[in-house]
Design a protein around this ligand. Structure first.
Ligand SMILES: *[C@@H]1O[C@H](CO)[C@@H](O)[C@H](O)[C@H]1NC(C)=O
Ligand SMILES: *[C@@H]1O[C@H](CO)[C@@H](O)[C@H](O)[C@H]1NC(C)=O
Ligand SMILES: *[C@@H]1O[C@H](CO)[C@@H](O)[C@H](O)[C@H]1NC(C)=O
Ligand SMILES: *[C@@H]1O[C@H](CO)[C@@H](O)[C@H](O)[C@H]1NC(C)=O
Ligand SMILES: *[C@@H]1O[C@H](CO)[C@@H](O)[C@H](O)[C@H]1NC(C)=O
Ligand SMILES: *[C@@H]1O[C@H](CO)[C@@H](O)[C@H](O)[C@H]1NC(C)=O
Length: 456
């Protein structure tokens, strides 16, 4: 007994020193070897928050400034400014109106918790350059100096961590449309890195050390190569030395050509939902407002995804090995538009019944059924979950082409406590008979999970 535990201790010391020496090098071949922290794959669902000065005009999208003053101005934005603001009004003049006077981070935290999401990603800085934390690298263009006079990042991080078990992450845009330092580097074909050395890297280190985000969601990378952004050096630091080195995950937007090729999870494009199994971990980021990530004051009900559309995307994404990051745009006052809150709470209601088929699951050998295009699969390794997106109110039967029953097969509907009848034979295939199912006793709305125990 004594010898055995001594052996175990030596083994432990060996592993500890071994793992201590496991340093990641600042190149993709080394960084790509890092195992994905388990929490991220288990979590499946996150909330994305696009918030910034763009919420003040609240028109068109978070790209408002670029659409107004960028290379190819958009007519509706130009007209909007001409019609509603004096001629010398600058984008920076919007910032004092970004007051966030109703921002209640605990209330946000309780909405996100109720949604069933397991992590939150907030825009610490979008392409406009305004930071939601007090940044000395963004003088007079941060939430402490102008606007709310408050550390929005810190206050939300605290509320999320105090009141929920959700993980906290940060979005960060590398480029800034109109930053003179950036434009000057760009003008020299990125052969100098003043913007990166004096602004971006110090900022990234600061937000990691200060807020300990467990997701770094990078963006705005596409103009320049990753060598300009020092991306691999930064990620090696994140993995080797940062205070979140054990649990942090990063996306794939770290310089042109990197997206969909490197990173803990791939985003590939906005609204990425490939409909087939992707071997590398990936994430579908998807706004509830189909037209914008940031808040729009002229948002119409028809612009917002229905709960059926949200759950369809969620189910397809999880079946194919992805996570889903559902975006909301809060107002300049710091409120979450009630239509977004409703969608999030509806999702939470659905997950409170069907979460067993979502959280901590893996893709099955088949993603969508071969006979029934409204059925998508997940598995926990033992049980198979067949999630039905449209209830067959007319035929009252569900034919499944992929699972094969065994002698021990049992079929249940999550959130329904009566037994389910089914047959399986070489002639018919597997058919679930819903004629005797009392739909008024089914708790689930919007999509229904068949729990298939002991199928092949
Ligand atoms: C978070 O949500 C879970 C599941 O719905 C619930 O049990 C819990 O009470 C909530 N916690 C807070 C702090 O709202
Ligand atoms: C959040 O947590 C704090 C401290 O634990 C508690 O006082 C407060 O009531 C909680 N608020 C909500 C909305 O759960
Ligand atoms: C870019 O460089 C050219 C030539 O050096 C210079 O004339 C021009 O003003 C520069 N533009 C910017 C935006 O720095
Ligand atoms: C960025 O990378 C370059 C080239 O490897 C290096 O000279 C520079 O010191 C790095 N900057 C920072 C802030 O680490
Ligand atoms: C599965 O879904 C994909 C994407 O929606 C579709 O292209 C494919 O036809 C579906 N497969 C079957 C067998 O229905
Ligand atoms: C099944 O659920 C219904 C409705 O919630 C309830 O009335 C009934 O007692 C439950 N039956 C069993 C066997 O648990």
């Amino acid at each position: 007994m004594y010898k055995k535990s001594l052996g175990a201790i030596f083994l432990l010391i060996f592993f500890l020193s071994y793992s201590h020496n496991l340093k990641y090098e600042p190149d993709w071949s080394s960084l790509d070897k890092r195992p994905l922290p388990k929490w991220y794959d288990d979590a499946k669902i996150g909330i994305f928050i696009h918030w910034g000065v763009f919420a003040v005009p609240g028109f068109r999208s978070e790209w408002f400034w670029w659409d107004w003053k960028g290379d190819n101005p958009t007519q509706d934005v130009v007209d909007f400014m001409k019609k509603n603001y004096p001629p010398n009004f600058a984008y920076a003049d919007f910032a004092p109106e970004f007051k966030a006077e109703f921002f209640n981070p605990q209330q946000w935290a309780s909405v996100f918790n109720a949604s069933g999401a397991k992590y939150v990603v907030l825009t610490s800085k979008h392409h406009e350059g305004y930071t939601l934390w007090p940044s000395e690298y963004s003088w007079n263009w941060n939430s402490n100096d102008v606007g709310p006079h408050r550390d929005l990042v810190g206050d939300l991080a605290d509320a999320i961590r105090k009141n929920t078990s959700l993980r906290f992450g940060l979005y960060h845009s590398l480029y800034e449309w109109f930053n003179p330092l950036y434009l000057s580097d760009k003008n020299q074909s990125f052969t100098k890195q003043d913007f990166v050395n004096y602004k971006i890297l110090p900022s990234l280190h600061q937000i990691v050390n200060k807020y300990k985000p467990e997701v770094i969601w990078s963006d705005g990378d596409w103009d320049a190569p990753y060598s300009y952004w020092n991306s691999t050096e930064f990620i090696a630091w994140l993995y080797n030395e940062s205070p979140v080195k054990e649990t942090v995950v990063v996306n794939d937007r770290w310089g042109y050509g990197v997206m969909c090729n490197h990173g803990d999870f791939y985003t590939c494009q906005d609204n990425y939902n490939p409909g087939k199994l992707i071997e590398h971990k990936w994430e579908n980021c998807m706004p509830l407002d189909k037209a914008s990530w940031g808040f729009r004051r002229n948002l119409k009900l028809g612009d917002v995804l229905t709960i059926e559309e949200v759950i369809t995307s969620l189910v397809e994404t999880i079946s194919c090995g992805g996570n889903i990051l559902i975006n909301i745009g809060p107002t300049k006052e710091g409120s979450i538009p009630p239509i977004f809150e409703e969608r999030l709470r509806q999702m939470g209601d659905w997950l409170s019944i069907n979460g067993e088929a979502i959280y901590e699951t893996k893709p099955w050998r088949v993603q969508n059924d071969t006979k029934n295009s409204d059925v998508w699969y997940t598995t926990n390794g033992k049980t198979v979950y067949a999630i039905l997106l449209k209830y067959p109110y007319k035929s009252l039967k569900v034919e499944l082409g992929a699972p094969k029953s065994t002698e021990a097969t049992q079929i249940d509907i999550l959130g329904y406590n009566q037994s389910i009848q089914w047959i399986d034979s070489p002639e018919t295939g597997l058919i679930i008979d819903l004629q005797n199912v009392d739909t008024s006793l089914i708790k689930s709305k919007w999509a229904w999970t068949f729990k298939l125990s002991n199928v092949a």
